[in-house]
Design a protein around this ligand. Structure first.
Ligand code: AMP
Length: 115
């Protein structure tokens, strides 16, 4: 068994986080190292999908849930416009292999492209 991901540990209450949305299937938290005025990560409650490619193939409805929560968070915490980033693979910057979407919003600049 591999170690639980940081996001699983947050869901289990082992690590504190600022939860901004929570549904039966998805959790959204403020990113600890924000790259934009609003920077939230949205992840499924299950850690069985490493990245968005696996998630799309394995459970498209759950991917749709991630996107729906991203949209809600951008409307509640910014002006509703947002950039959605799924880093996929280590050399693309992925560090947590529990699929998650970065929601970047609120006065974005070009600097915030590489979440
Ligand atoms: P990635 O590099 O795409 O895998 O994204 C992982 C993200 O998780 C990074 O933006 C980190 O800043 C964020 N992160 C890691 N640990 C925590 C934590 N304990 N609370 C909130 N965000 C975190």
């Amino acid at each position: 068994m591999s170690e639980p991901s940081v996001f699983t540990r947050i869901m289990n209450g082992e690590i504190p986080a600022e939860v901004v949305a929570s549904t039966d299937t998805v959790v959204a938290i403020k990113d600890i190292a924000p790259q934009a005025p609003l920077h939230v990560v949205v992840f499924p409650r299950t850690d069985q999908y490493r990245d968005v490619v696996e998630l799309a193939a394995g459970d498209p409805q759950l991917l749709a849930d991630v996107i729906s929560v991203a949209n809600s968070v951008a409307h509640e915490h910014a002006d509703g416009d947002f950039r959605l980033v799924f880093n996929t693979g280590a050399s693309a910057g992925q560090t947590v292999f529990h699929v998650h979407a970065h929601v970047l919003a609120g006065g974005l600049t070009e600097k915030s492209v590489g979440a």
